[in-house]
Design a protein around this ligand. Structure first.
Ligand code: BG6
Ligand code: MG
Length: 224
């Protein structure tokens, strides 16, 4: 049986991965570093400052700014991003997610958030989902971000679950790698050709079909 389901947030619970993309793209344009969705895949799942470093590297500008300037770029991106969050309502929750969380609650299976985002609590509040998660891992509470397993392992420990009996759900390559490094079953949400190479056990185009019986079948098929 499943002991916990550990969810990424951005791009799994709601479409905030797109908001991150819009806000980084705007900053990139201001710095003269244009990039596309394919490059953006690398920014998913990693922290704000790491994302900024990747963008600056792409533009060959990683040595061009002081720490204070970089902090200011990250602050500007976050202000833009947070302004986009203003429009979030419970209707922006991805298909099937609320239903899945209710099924998990009825079955007594803990649901956990393991996100790299410092904005996670605000997003869960805006979606009206806070009470359906047993635990939200704070990204600053672990030594290493994704693709390291720390966030997922912390989530499992906090709810007393055995890693091999946990299912992780992710839309990012770094996140799938983190779930597999934690020894959990990884369900990818997105493109097969992006998430399979990262190690996803199963990839779904969207969250619509991800219900409890699907999760149980997946554990049966890929668990040990
Ligand atoms: C992750 C996103 O969930 O959170 C990344 O996939 C983002 O794109 C990271 O950079 C950090 O988010 P925030 O909200 O703390 O800037
Ligand atoms: Mg994500």
């Amino acid at each position: 049986t499943i002991e916990a389901v550990i969810f990424d947030l951005d791009g799994v619970i709601t479409d905030t991965a797109e908001y991150h993309y819009i806000a980084w793209k705007q900053l990139g344009q201001e710095l003269g570093i244009p990039f596309d969705k394919e490059f953006n895949e690398q920014l998913k799942g990693i922290s704000r400052m790491q994302s900024l470093e990747r963008i600056l590297q792409l533009g060959g500008q990683d040595q061009s700014y002081s720490q204070a300037e970089k902090a200011d770029f990250a602050r500007r991106k976050n202000e833009h991003y947070v302004s986009l969050l203003d429009s979030l309502t419970p209707e922006h929750t991805y298909p099937g997610i609320r239903e899945l969380l209710l099924e998990l609650r009825s079955a007594g299976i803990p649901a956990v958030i393991a996100s790299a985002s410092k904005n996670a609590p605000q997003i869960l509040r805006a979606l009206g989902l806070e009470s359906l998660f047993q635990y939200v891992v704070h990204p600053d509470s672990v030594a290493h971000g994704k693709p390291a397993p720390d966030l997922f392992l912390r989530g499992a420990v906090e709810v007393g679950a055995e890693a091999s009996r946990c299912i992780g759900i992710e839309d990012a390559q770094a996140g799938i790698q983190a779930i597999k490094a934690a020894g959990m079953i990884a369900i990818g949400i997105g493109e097969e050709n992006v998430l399979k190479p990262a190690g996803a056990d199963v990839v779904m185009k969207d969250t619509g079909g991800v219900n409890l019986s699907f999760l149980e079948e997946t554990l049966q098929a890929f668990g040990c």
